[in-house]
Design a protein around this ligand. Structure first.
Ligand SMILES: NC(=O)c1ccc[n+]([C@@H]2O[C@H](COP(=O)([O-])OP(=O)(O)OC[C@H]3O[C@@H](n4cnc5c(N)ncnc54)[C@H](O)[C@@H]3O)[C@@H](O)[C@H]2O)c1
Length: 367
C-alpha cells in the first residue's frame, strides 16, 4: 500500500484538539474517523476538524482505509482499546502511559508482534526541535561524557484547570504516570536503559476539588502519591534525580539539566516541542543559549514518524519498546515507594535514531 496513511482517532477529549489540529495538517496522513464512547463528542470533533466520519470504536475499526489508530482514551482504557485495534489488524499510537502496568504493556507488544502491526507511544516531544537540538549537542560531545541528570516538575495539581481531572489522581496517572513519561523518555533517549531505581512518595491530601468547568466545586478521591522523588541508575553508568509533584504551590515545570564531564546542558521542558537550550562550562559566568532547529508542530509528530515508517519499513522512533521501558521504570519507582528499597529494571529497547535535521512534518513524502 502507498500514499498517505489512513488514521482513526479514538478518544475525543481534551488532548484530541492538539492532535486533530496537527494530524489533519500533515499531508502524509488522512484522518478518516473520530470515535469516542460519547458519540456526540466524536461527531463534534469530526465537524470541528473536517474529519469525514465519526462514531464508535467498532465503527472506526471497520473502516477499510484506517491503518493506524490514534488511541487518546484515558489511561485505564489504553490497553483494552489498543488490544481491540491490534486484533482488527491496525497499528496503534497510544497516549502515555502505554498501559497501567508492565505486564499489560508487554502483552500488547507481543500481540502487536504476532499480528504484524506496530505500536508507538507518547510522548513524542522528544522529536521536537528543543530536545532534538539538545540530543545533537550531546552526541557532538558539547558536554563531554553525560554523567547525571536533575529534573523537577512541581505544581499544585491539574484539578485547577482540567474539567474532569479525577483520572489524573487514579491508578495510571498522578505526577509519576502523567508527567513522568516526558522526563523518563528524555533520560531513556539520552542515557539508554535504566537498571535500578529508589524513590519516596507522599500524598498531601486524600481528596481534591475540581476547580473549573460545570462540575467546579466537586470533591473527588486521590488514589496515588502526589509527590514522588526518585533516583534512577542507568546501565551506562549515569544517575538521574527526579522530582514530580502535584503538591507544590510553586510552579516549576520542565527543569531538566544534563551534566557531563565538560559542561552542563539545560534542556527545554520535555512536555513541549521547543524551548531554550543552554550550555554552561565550569569557568563560564553565565549560560550560553544555543539556537534550536527542528519540528515544533506539537503532538502528533510521533504518529507521523510512525506512519512514514510504516511505508518505508524503517523503525519508528517513539516506540512501544521505549514506552514499555518507561512504564517499567515508573512501576519500579512505585514499588520502591512501598518497599523502601532499590528496585531493579529489566527491560531494554533499541536506541532510536535522531531525526534528520531537515525533517519536515508538512512535506508530502508518501505520494
Ligand atoms: N489533557 C492533556 O493536556 C494531555 C496532555 C498530554 C497527554 N494526555 C493524555 O491523553 C489521554 C487523554 O487525556 P485527555 O485529557 O484528553 O482526557 P479526557 O478525559 O479529556 O478525554 C478522554 C476521552 O476518551 C474517551 N474514552 C474513554 N474511554 C474510552 C473508550 N474505552 N473508548 C473510546 N473512548 C473512550 C472519553 O469519553 C473522553 O472523551 C490520557 O492518556 C492523557 O494522559 C493528556
Amino acid at each position: 500500500m502507498g500514499g498517505p496513511v489512513g488514521v482513526a482517532v479514538v478518544g475525543c477529549g481534551t488532548i484530541s484538539n492538539e492532535y486533530l489540529r496537527n494530524l489533519t495538517s500533515f499531508p502524509d496522513l488522512r484522518v478518516l474517523f473520530c470515535a469516542d464512547l460519547d458519540i456526540e463528542r466524536a461527531k463534534a470533533q469530526a465537524d470541528k476538524y473536517g474529519v469525514p466520519a465519526a462514531g464508535s470504536t467498532a465503527q472506526a475499526l471497520d473502516q477499510p482505509g484506517v491503518e493506524l489508530v490514534v488511541n487518546l482514551t484515558v489511561p485505564a482504557a489504553h490497553a483494552e482499546t489498543a488490544a481491540t485495534a491490534i486484533a482488527a489488524g491496525k497499528s496503534v499510537w497510544i497516549e502515555k502511559p502505554l498501559a497501567l502496568d508492565t505486564a499489560s504493556g508487554r502483552r500488547l507488544l507481543a500481540e502487536a508482534g504476532r499480528a504484524g502491526v506496530r505500536i508507538g507511544c507518547a510522548p513524542d516531544t522528544v522529536l521536537g526541535a528543543g530536545l532534538q537540538t539538545a540530543w545533537r549537542l550531546i552526541e557532538a560531545g558539547t558536554i563531554g561524557a553525560p554523567q547525571t541528570a536533575l529534573a523537577l516538575m512541581q505544581n499544585p495539581g491539574p484539578e485547577g484547570w482540567h474539567t474532569h481531572p479525577e483520572f489524573l489522581f487514579q491508578r495510571g496517572a498522578g505526577p509519576l504516570y502523567d508527567m513522568g513519561p516526558y522526563y523518563l523518555s528524555t533520560f531513556a533517549t539520552l542515557f539508554g536503559p535504566a537498571e535500578h531505581v529508589a524513590a519516596v512518595g507522599r500524598r498531601s491530601r486524600d481528596r481534591r476539588v475540581i476547580g473549573r468547568g460545570p462540575r467546579a466545586g466537586t470533591e473527588f478521591d486521590v488514589e496515588v502519591p502526589t509527590h514522588v522523588a526518585a533516583l534512577i541508575g542507568y546501565a551506562g553508568g549515569q544517575a538521574a534525580s527526579l522530582v514530580l509533584s502535584f503538591d507544590s504551590p510553586l510552579r516549576r515545570h520542565g527543569f531538566v539539566e544534563i551534566t557531563g564531564t565538560e559542561a552542563t546542558l539545560a534542556l527545554p521542558d520535555p512536555n513541549h516541542f521547543d524551548g531554550e537550550v543552554r550550555v554552561r562550562t565550569a569557568d563560564a559566568d553565565d549560560w550560553t543559549a544555543i539556537p534550536t532547529s527542528g519540528a515544533t508542530a506539537g503532538r502528533g509528530l510521533g504518529v507521523l514518524d510512525m506512519a512514514r515508517a510504516l511505508r518505508s519499513g524503517a523503525p519508528h522512533r517513539a516506540s512501544g519498546e521505549i514506552a514499555l521501558h518507561v512504564l517499567e521504570v515508573m512501576e519500579a519507582i512505585e514499588r520502591s515507594i512501598t518497599a523502601d528499597a532499590f528496585e531493579p529494571v529489566r527491560t531494554t529497547f533499541p536506541a532510536p535514531a535522531a531525526l534528520e535535521a531537515d525533517w519536515d512534518p508538512h512535506a508530502r513524502t508518501l505520494g
